[in-house]
Design a protein around this ligand. Structure first.
Ligand SMILES: [Zn+2]
Length: 233
C-alpha cells in the first residue's frame, strides 16, 4: 500500500477520534451538572420561605386579636356592671370600647387577608414542587441517556485507537512526525483529497502535473499553498 493511502486512513481515524473525544468532553461536562435544576429549587425555597413568614404573621395577628378581645371584654364588663358611677368616666370608657372594637375589626380583616395570601402561596408551593419533580425526572432520564452515550463512545474511542495504532505502525517515523506536525498546524487536517483538480484543504487549483504526481508518487505530495498532503480519490 502506498504511503498516502495509509496516511489517508490515519487521517480518517484521527478525525473520528477528534470528533468522538470532543463529544466525550461535552458529555463529561454535562454529566452530574445540576445547574438547570437550580432555578426550580430556588422557586420552591422562595415559596416555602414566603409561606413560613405568612404563618408567623398569622400567629402574631391571632395573639393580637386575643389580647384586644380580652381587654374589650373586661372593659365592656366594667361598662355594664354598674361599678362605675361617674358619667364622664363611663363615657370615656365607652369611647375606649368603641376604639377597641374598631381595632379588633381591623385585625380581623388583616387576619382574613393573611389567610387568603397563605392559601394562594400554598398553591404556588404545590406548583413549584410539581415543576421541580417533573424537571428532576426529565433530568435523570437525560443523565441516563448521556451515560449510555458516554460508555458507547468510550468503547468506540478505544476501537479507533487500536485501529490507528495498526495503521501508524506501518509508517516510518519521519512521515509520522510530519503528519503530526501538519495536523497541529492545520486544524487537525493533514491529509486532504484532490477535488476537481484543487486542494480540498485550501481550495487552491493544482496543475495537471501536481495532480499526476499526487496520483502516482511513492512519497506523499504536499499542496504548495497549505502544505497538506494530497491524495487523489
Ligand atoms: Zn492546499
Amino acid at each position: 500500500m502506498r504511503k498516502i493511502e495509509l496516511l489517508r486512513e490515519l487521517q480518517e481515524l484521527d478525525s473520528a477520534l477528534d470528533r468522538d473525544r470532543e463529544r466525550l468532553r461535552q458529555l463529561h461536562a454535562r454529566l452530574g451538572d445540576e445547574s438547570e435544576l437550580v432555578p426550580y429549587r430556588e422557586s420552591l425555597e422562595t415559596a416555602r420561605r414566603q409561606l413560613r413568614s405568612l404563618r408567623t404573621k398569622g400567629l402574631d395577628l391571632d395573639l393580637k386579636l386575643e389580647k384586644e378581645t380580652s381587654k374589650r371584654k373586661k372593659d365592656e364588663k366594667k361598662l355594664y356592671d354598674g361599678s362605675i358611677k361617674n358619667s364622664k368616666e363611663l363615657s370615656s370608657l365607652a369611647q375606649d370600647v368603641e376604639a377597641q372594637r374598631q381595632r379588633i375589626s381591623k385585625i380581623e380583616d388583616q387576619a382574613l387577608m393573611n389567610m387568603d395570601a397563605m392559601e394562594s402561596e400554598a398553591v404556588t408551593l404545590q406548583e413549584a414542587e410539581r415543576a421541580l419533580a417533573e424537571k428532576e425526572e426529565a433530568w435523570k432520564a437525560e443523565q441516563s441517556a448521556l451515560e449510555v452515550e458516554c460508555s458507547a463512545l468510550t468503547v468506540e474511542v478505544e476501537r479507533l485507537r487500536v485501529a490507528r495504532a495498526r495503521v501508524a505502525v506501518q509508517l516510518d517515523a519521519p512521515t509520522l512526525r510530519s503528519y503530526d506536525s501538519l495536523r497541529r498546524l492545520r486544524g487537525g487536517v493533514a491529509v486532504v483529497a484532490v477535488e476537481q483538480r484543487a486542494c480540498r484543504g485550501c481550495r487552491i487549483s493544482l496543475s495537471s502535473s501536481e495532480v499526476q504526481r499526487a496520483r502516482s508518487s511513492t512519497e506523499p505530495v504536499t499542496c504548495q499553498s497549505c502544505g497538506r498532503m494530497l491524495y487523489v480519490p
